[in-house]
Each structure stands twice: as structure tokens, then as C-alpha cells.
Design a binder for this molecule. Structure first.
Ligand code: SF4
Ligand code: SF4
Length: 88
């Protein structure tokens, strides 16, 4: 997995580091809208937004805590990430 600028660490791979069922919201990244600016990857406190070989981004929902910072900081011209409520 290529590490992008500002990505300091991968989330732990152990089962204990995975997000539990307590998450309330989760993000969806629309690759059609994404300008590949990298802001979301820089801002994510969990380090769970990854850059793929084609320079696009994906969110690893196994580790995402649903804080919404990526959606908040995605630039206005793109707004490529939206938060959705988990179905319980
Ligand atoms: S912040 Fe938004 S536009 Fe920038 S890479 Fe992330 S999803 Fe794409
Ligand atoms: S919602 Fe929070 S933890 Fe999940 S990908 Fe966005 S910034 Fe990272």
C-alpha cells in the first residue's frame, strides 16, 4: 500500500483496532467528484484513507471511526465525501 504525504501510520491490523458496532456514521467517497487533492487523507485521524496506484482514494471502513472530519474538510468544489447513518 503506497503511503501518501502526511500519512504517518497505518491503523493497526489487529482485531482490537477495528471499529466496533458503535459507529453511528460512515463516509462514502464519490470517485467521480473527487479531485484527488489528498486533503481527506491528511486530515483523517485514523489514517484509514488510502491512496491507490491510480492516485484515487479509498476509505477503509474496517478502521474508520465515523468522525466526519474527511467530509467536513473535503473542499467545497468537490464535496466528494458524504456521511451516512449506519443501519443498526
Ligand atoms: S478531500 Fe475530497 S476531493 Fe480531496 S482527495 Fe479527499 S475526497 Fe477527493
Ligand atoms: S470519518 Fe473520520 S475516521 Fe472515518 S475516514 Fe473520515 S476522517 Fe477518517
Amino acid at each position: 500500500m503506497p503511503l501518501g504525504i502526511g500519512c504517518t501510520a497505518r491503523p493497526g491490523q489487529g482485531r482490537n483496532n477495528k471499529t466496533g458496532s458503535w459507529r453511528v456514521y460512515y463516509p462514502i467517497l464519490d470517485k467521480e467528484k473527487c479531485t484527488k487533492c489528498g486533503t481527506c487523507q491528511l486530515i483523517c485521524p485514523e489514517g484509514c484513507i488510502n491512496q491507490l496506484p491510480d492516485k484515487s482514494y479509498e476509505i477503509d471502513l474496517d478502521f474508520c471511526k465515523g468522525c466526519g472530519m474527511c467530509a467536513e474538510e473535503c473542499p467545497d468544489k468537490a464535496k466528494a465525501i458524504t456521511m451516512h447513518k449506519e443501519e443498526k
